[in-house]
Structure formats: C-alpha cells, structure tokens
Design a protein around this ligand. Sequence first.
Ligand SMILES: Nc1ncnc2c1ncn2[C@@H]1O[C@H](COP(=O)(O)OP(=O)(O)OP(=O)(O)O)[C@@H](O)[C@H]1O
Length: 613
Amino acid sequence: MTEQRLGLAPARIAGHLRAAVALAVRAAPGRTAVLALGTLLSAALPVAAALLTRAVVDGLARGATGPGWTGAVGALAGVGVLIGLGPAVLAYVRADVERAVALLAKDRLFRAVDTVVGVARFEDPDYLDRLMLADESGGRGPGQVIDSAFGVFAAALTVGGLVASLWTVSPVVAAAVLLSGLPVLAAELILGRQRAWTEWDISPAKRRELFYRDMLATEQAAKEVRLFRLGGFLRERMLRERRSAQAAEHATDRRAMLVQSGLATAAAIVAGAALLVVTAQSRAGAHSVGDIAMFLAAVLGVQTALAGAAAQAAKAIQALLLFDSYRAVLADPPDLPVPAVTRPAPPLRTGIELRDVWFRYGPNHPWVLRGLDLTIPAGRATALVGRNGCGKSTLVKLLCRFYDPTRGAILWDGIDLRELDPAELRARISAVFQDYVNYELSAAENIGVGDLPALDDRPRIHAAAGRAGMHELLAALPHGYDTMLGRRFNAPDAQATGMDTGVNPSGGQRQRIAIARAFLRDARDLVILDEPSAGLDAAAEHEVHARLRAERAGLTSVLISHRLNAIREADDIVVLADGAVHERGDHETLLAVGGEYATLFALQASGYQPAGA
Ligand SMILES: Nc1ncnc2c1ncn2[C@@H]1O[C@H](COP(=O)(O)OP(=O)(O)OP(=O)(O)O)[C@@H](O)[C@H]1O
C-alpha cells in the first residue's frame, strides 16, 4: 500500500481508546458496565487467592482450627469457584458487547460511505483497502480495543497486588520477578504493532484474492471461465495472493514465537532463581511455610498475569491500529466539495450549460473532455453521438455530479452544480446507465428501488413495468412480482415450498427492468438514457423507443445510442469528437452537412439494405 502506515502516537491511541469506549457505551451501556466490573473483580481474585493461601497454610502450620481459619478456607474455596466461573461468564458478556459494538460500528461505517458524494473514491485502491480493513476492524476492532484495554488494566491490578504480596516475603525477589516480566510486555507491544502492519500490508493481496474468488464462484463469470478454461489460471492467481499474505503472516508469527519463547525462558530462569533464594532464606528461618506457599502462588500469578497483560496489550495495539482505518474512513474529508449552505435545485426552466468543461479522471489520465461548450435546452431531447470512448458516458456522469469538471463549469439554470445539494440535484434526474445494476431482489423491488417511497406501491410499479413492456411477463412469474430476479439466493420461503423460485431474466428483459426503474421516477426534470436499447430485440426496440418518445415529451432528456436510427428524432443531435462538440443539429441538417454523423448514418443504413441494393 502506498499510503503511510498506521501511526502509534500516544495522543492518537488515547483518542482511539476514548472513541472505542464511547462506541461501546453507546452500543451496550449496561453490558459494558458489567464487563468492566467483572474484569476488575477477576483481576482481584488471584491476589485474594494468594493472600488466603498464606493464611490457610500458616494456620495449618500453627494448628489453628478456629472460625477465622475456617472462614479463610471457605473464602479460598469461594475465590476458587469465582476463578473457575469468571472466564466463562466474562467471555459471554464480552461476546455480547462485541456483537453490539460491531453492529453499531458497521452502521456508522456505511453511513460514512453513503456520504461519499461522487464515485471516484470507489475507484481508488487505497480507499478500498482502507475500507476493507475498516469493515473488518469495525466488526471486531472496537470490541477488541475495549476488551484488551480492560484486560491490560485488570492484569496491571493483578500484578500490582501480587507484587505487593511478594514484597512482604522478599522485596528483592518481588522486584526481580516484576522486572523479568517487563521485557515480555515491551516485546508484545512491538509484536502487536507488527501484526497490525502485516494486516495493513496484506490487505491489497486479500482484496485481489477476493476478486479471483468471485471470478471462480459467481454466475457472472462462470460462462467465460468455463469456455476459456480459466479455472486453473484464476485459482493459481488466487492462491498466489493467499500465499503472499500467508508468507507475511508466517514471518510475523515466527518472529513472535522466537521473541516470546526467549523471553518466557528468561522469566522462568528468574522465577527459578527467586525460588532458590526464598527457599534458602526459609531454611535459615526467615519465612514461614505460608510465606513460601504464597510466594509460589504469587510468582505463578505474576507471570501468568504479566503474560496475559502482554498478550492483551499486543491485541489492544493491533486492534487500535486497525481501528485507525475505521476512524480514518469515518473522518475522511468530503470527496467533492459541498458548501455548508447549498442552493435549492430548482425545476429546470431554461437548461443545462456546460461551459468550457475540461475533464480527466485523474492527473495521470488523458483528457476526456477538452473545453466542451454545450447547452442542453430544457424541454427538448438532446442525443449524444460519437465513437467509442469519445466521452458520452463521462458527460452523463458529470451531469449527475459523480465527478466535478477538472476545469470549467456545469450550470443548472445558471447555477453551478457545485453549489447545489447533490441529493437534491439527483432527485431531479432519472437515468438508465450503460452499466445498470441487476439487483438480487424481487421483481417489484428491482423496479421499486428507482423511487424508494414507491417500493410498496404496487400499482405504480405495475404501471412502470407496463410502460417498459414488462408487466405481463413479471406478473406471470412463479411468485409474480415477488419472484426473485437472480438465482444466487433462495427465495425466503424456498425451504417451505421446496421451490427454487429465483428466475434469471434475459439480458434484454433486465434492460427493460432498468428502464421500468427509470420510468418509476417520472416527473423528473432530466431523463438520461445511456444506450437504453443495446440489449433489446428489434420489436422491443421499436416499442420502447415509441414509449420513450412519449415519455420524453416536454421533458429534458439526454439520449445516448450507437443506433442512430433510434435517436434520429431527437431535437438536437450532438456529435462528440476529441473531447468537444464536433457537429450539432437535427437529423436532416446533419445529413445535409455530410460530416461525421452523415457518414456513420450511411454506414449503419447500408447494413439494413439487401445485398447489392
Ligand atoms: N472511471 C474511469 N476511470 C478512468 N478512465 C475512464 C473511466 N471511465 C471512462 N474512462 C475513460 O474515459 C474515456 C471516455 O469514456 P466514456 O465511457 O465516457 O466513453 P463513451 O463515449 O461513453 O464510450 P462508449 O461509446 O464506448 O460507451 C475512455 O477513454 C475511457 O477509457
């Protein structure tokens, strides 16, 4: 990844911690409090166990049998029960908090993604990598951050308590045991950071792996993959990405294993030496048997707690660094500038003017539009014509403000699009894009998403389908308009009915459904049809075009088609070439000029003549 790696400045970590705690408190206040209290309680238990062990063993040595001693035994047994129960109960609460946090985090993440105004961000690999990490870490990150932070705090309490108990036996030994644990802590912190970096570094490989996986296992690619025998090729590419990700993970794990085993050995040597010192001292009568018993419990406890703290700290660092991508996506600056106070997008009265528009998809991309001047008059049909790649669809994307012109301006009744609220602007537009979407939803929903308030308005949906010539066909499906369009998922009642009710519409039928979706958005000011007839048969094309003409009457429309016959009745035909308007006029005028349009039209018309005519 080209972007800077995640940072570890203390202020940033503190900020992430605050954000994670706030998220958990928001998502599950009661359960977070239970988790915090439970964690603290579980931290105190090993200390209590060590102290009670000393009391019980010393009592035994003294031959005590009174209520005090019996109480200590009972308390020790109780602590034992709590130590046994604690992990399972805490794990249950923790998982519950994590689920609640993951849900809220996902909601916030995709709300943030929804605020992206244009589409360029979805073509930026760095953003997509960050989004993938954010989605992954948003699911488990905040919960882990909280959990690990609590864990570190609890382990620190345990260590503090046990070291204090050890201190009463031998201050030197207590200090030695504590010091032997500190390198483990430092090493785990570094390892945690390295793990986070590894995840960061391998995210492009993971995304590519997902792409190959999709190619191998989705219906869209299945035909070509089989015909071209691409299975082995794609599988190898997928595994190559997996191997490279695994190699990075393996290197990190190996480093962790070496560091951890070295440090664990050192800690064990220190504990052994301490044991020698204390047993030697006790032979000299310096310590009671209870001291020795507590010492053993405390040394074990300190080492376990330190190892636990170290592991938790490593997890916390890793989770915090991944949480960084989550917060980065949430804090991303706007991709396209939108003023704090936007101007209302009025109904289109005069038209849209593209004034000296220059556009390229990025600084390293070639210019697509080069000083384009064009007026799209209100209430008229304007057709865009031109060779592949001349910028027709690009112009449409600029009209919807999916991108801003690199230079120049687009004016909606004289108002720069950049001054309008993008949502309001888009509410005034209806469109069938060249790469329209096939939703894996029911037939009714496939049309209804064109105008969400009408999602359940069956009469309107039926009418829109009828205008696109699809009503009879959709009504006759196994579950009518509730039939799933697509066979990737079973219908919700598939198991009960034993019927796989999803259907796969043909290409042309899908295109008509996209047209119906656009028809549902009637009463819009601007209708854009980018290649609306590409997949239609001749009869369907004629029918849809007749309807489109009727639909377009009085509306402002922009129509793109390579079938010049389909757009010959447009009020204005604009031929684009070299990023600018090359010719403009109605069909008759352009034929009379004898330029590019006339040439293309003659070429297409000749294809319909009988041979030799
Ligand atoms: N998202 C994008 N990122 C980078 N370049 C792009 C992008 N979309 C289109 N282009 C490039 O911009 C140029 C114009 O593409 P555009 O889709 O606007 O052409 P078009 O006139 O609609 O072509 P066609 O007739 O083939 O549909 C092409 O060179 C294309 O490669």
